[in-house]
Design a protein around this ligand. Structure first.
Ligand code: FES
Length: 338
C-alpha cells in the first residue's frame, strides 16, 4: 500500500509506503522537510496535518505535546501515514542546501586505524559513489545490535565512493564498542545517507570559524578540506579541543594546511595536557581559546560547531558574548552515536 502525502506550501508530493515514516520517504525522494535528531526527541520535524491521518509513532511527549497532537500536529520522523494526506511544513530551505536524496549503500571496510586512544578511523568503500555536502552524516547499520548509529563524514565529497568516519568509543555504548572491538577490515556494512543540514553557507562570504571537540572534528575536517580544495579565499579558523596531545589527532595535517593556505588558521587547545606533552599551545577549553583569539569580537564570521553538548553550549555562549548573531551559528545536532 502506498499513500500520497502532499506537502504545503510547496505542493511537493511524497509517496509513502505502508510502515514507512514520512521523513524517510521524503528524504529518499529529494523532498526537503526540516529535521535534526531523526528519532522523535527534538521536535524539529513537526508538521501540521491539513487532511488525512497517520499513526504518530514513537514521538516523545516533550517533542510533541498532547495539546499539539490534539491540534493535528505530527513529527515527520516518527509518523506513519495511514491515508493520503495533506500536511503543512516549514519548508524555508537554506539556499546553500542541495537536498541530495538519501539512498542505501553497501560499505566495505578497507581501513581501521587508531587516531587517538579513544577514536578510530574507519574507512568504507561504497558500492557506488554517494553525493553529499561536506558536513553531512550517514546512518551506519551495526549488525550486533541490529540498529543504526549516525556518524559524520570526515572526508570531502571529492573523494568519490569513500566514506571516512571518526568513531569514538562511548563508555557502555553497544554500537561504538562493537565498531571498536569487533569490526574487521573486509566486512560490509549497510549505509544510508546523506543526512543533515550541517554545511557551509558558501553563498555567504563571511569568514568561517570551526570549533571541534573530540571526534566532532570529522565534519569540520570535511568542510575545511572542501573549501580549501575549491580555492575558497575567505578566512577559515579551526579551533580543535582535546584533553591532551594523544587525543589531539590530525594536528600535523592541519599545521601543514595552515602553512600552505594563508587564509587557514589552526588553533588547537588542550584542557588537561600531560606532563610529558611538552605543549606550548593554548591550555584551556576550546571555547576559551576562541574568546582569547578573537578578543571577544567574532562578528563578520559564521561559526560551525561540532562536539559534545557541554562544548557546544560553552562555545555558543562565548560566540554570542563575542558579538556573533545566533543566526550565524550552526551546529551538528544528532550527537547520539553510543
Ligand atoms: Fe523528528 Fe527530531 S523529532 S527530527
Amino acid at each position: 500500500m502506498t499513500y500520497q502525502v502532499t506537502v504545503e506550501p510547496t505542493g511537493d508530493v511524497v509517496e509513502v509506503e505502508d510502515g514507512q515514516t514520512l521523513l524517510d520517504a521524503a528524504l529518499r525522494q529529494g523532498v526537503w522537510l526540516p529535521f535534526a535528531c531523526g528519532h522523535g526527541t527534538c521536535g524539529t520535524c513537526k508538521v501540521q496535518v491539513l487532511e488525512g491521518y497517520a499513526d504518530a509513532g514513537d514521538a516523545s511527549s516533550f517533542a510533541l505535546m498532547d495539546s499539539e497532537r490534539d491540534e493535528g500536529k505530527l513529527l515527520a520522523c516518527c509518523c506513519l501515514p495511514e491515508s493520503d494526506m495533506v500536511i503543512e511544513a516549514d519548508v524555508d530551505v537554506d539556499p546553500d542546501f542541495q537536498g541530495l536524496p538519501v539512498e542505501d549503500y553497501q560499505g566495505k571496510v578497507v581501513l581501521i586505524e587508531d587516531l587517538s586512544p579513544t577514536i578510530k578511523h574507519i574507512r568504507l568503500e561504497l558500492d557506488r559513489p554517494m553525493a553529499f555536502q561536506a558536513g553531512q552524516y550517514i546512518n551506519l547499520h551495526v549488525p550486533s545490535i541490529d540498529s543504526t548509529r549516525a556518524f559524520s563524514i570526515a572526508n570531502p565529497p571529492s573523494m568519490s565512493g569513500i566514506i571516512d568516519l571518526h568513531v569514538r568509543k562511548v563508555e557502555g555504548g553497544a554500537g561504538t564498542t562493537w565498531l571498536h572491538d569487533e569490526l574487521q577490515v573486509g566486512q560490509s556494512l549497510d549505509v544510508s545517507g546523506p543526512y543533515g543540514q550541517f554545511f557551509v553557507r558558501k553563498s555567504d562570504p563571511q569568514g568561517a570559524i570551526f570549533i571541534a571537540g573530540g571526534s566532532g572534528l570529522s565534519s569540520p575536517e570535511s568542510m575545511i578540506m572542501d573549501l580549501l580544495e575549491e580555492g575558497d579565499t575567505r578566512p577559515i579558523y579551526l579551533f580543535q579541543g582535546a584533553r591532551n596531545k594523544a587525543e589531539l589527532y590530525h594536528a600535523d595535517h592541519f599545521y601543514q594546511l595552515a602553512e600552505k593556505h594563508d587564509n587557514f588558521h589552526y588553533i588547537p587547545a588542550l584542557n588537561a595536557p600531560l606532563p610529558d606533552d611538552a605543549w606550548e599551545g593554548f591550555v584551556g577549553f576550546v571555547h576559551e581559546a576562541v574568546g582569547q583569539f578573537f578578543e571577544q569580537r567574532c562578528s563578520g564570521n559564521k561559526a560551525y560547531l561540532c562536539g559534545p553538548p557541554p562544548m557546544i553550549e560553552a562555545a555558543i555562549s562565548t560566540l554570542i558574548q563575542s558579538r556573533l548573531f545566533e543566526r550565524d551559528i550552526h551546529m551538528e545536532q544528532f550527537l547520539t552515536a553510543a
